[in-house]
Write a protein that binds this ligand. Structure first.
Ligand code: DAT
Ligand code: MG
Length: 151
């Protein structure tokens, strides 16, 4: 089983609404390992690079405005199957369609304010972590609970 990394980000609405602890908790309780964490005011160029695949969409300018409108919480999470599992914990892009029990299903009502980002593939997980974190900002460590999470 391959250990993967995913980039998770509490968007400005999640920070403004005081949901940072709640969102971190969901990944922590699940049993994934945190390897990077910071509060960060995202520059426009970085937001545009992060969402470059959506450049041609009509909502792109508003998306960039939203993501740069206040501080975000940047996180790197590690674990077997973490990319797909994090997407499930987060729920559908449109919070009204997201299942109850998911972050968006429980905590949001609109696509344009969907409180959290999660990488959609292991490749994008690597790409996004490299984009949002500098070398030295990530930690290699072994959680004390590791033997109680995986046999
Ligand atoms: P996700 O964040 O679930 O991976 P995505 O990568 O397709 O979804 O889009 C990135 C973000 O862009 C999404 O979280 C919110 C915004 N977005 C996507 N589709 C949108 C739409 N139809 N209208 C407005 N914003 C949209
Ligand atoms: Mg996406």
């Amino acid at each position: 089983e391959q250990v993967e990394e995913t980039y998770i980000m509490v968007k400005p609405d999640g920070v403004q609404r005081g949901l940072v602890g709640e969102i971190i908790s969901r990944f922590e309780r699940k049993g994934f390992k945190l390897s990077g964490l910071k509060l960060f005011q995202c520059p426009r160029e970085l937001a545009e690079e992060h969402y470059k695949d959506l450049q041609s969409k009509p909502f792109f300018p508003k998306l960039i405005e939203y993501i740069t409108s206040g501080p975000v919480v940047c996180m790197a999470w590690e674990g077997v199957g973490v990319v797909a599992s994090a997407r499930k914990l987060i729920g559908s892009t449109n919070p009204l369609q997201a299942e109850p029990g998911t972050i968006r299903g429980d905590l949001a009502v609109q696509t344009g304010r969907n409180v959290v980002h999660g990488s959609d593939s292991p490749e994008n997980g690597q790409r996004e972590i490299a984009l949002w974190f500098k070398e030295g900002e990530l930690c290699q460590w072994t959680p004390a609970q590791a033997p109680w999470l995986r046999e």
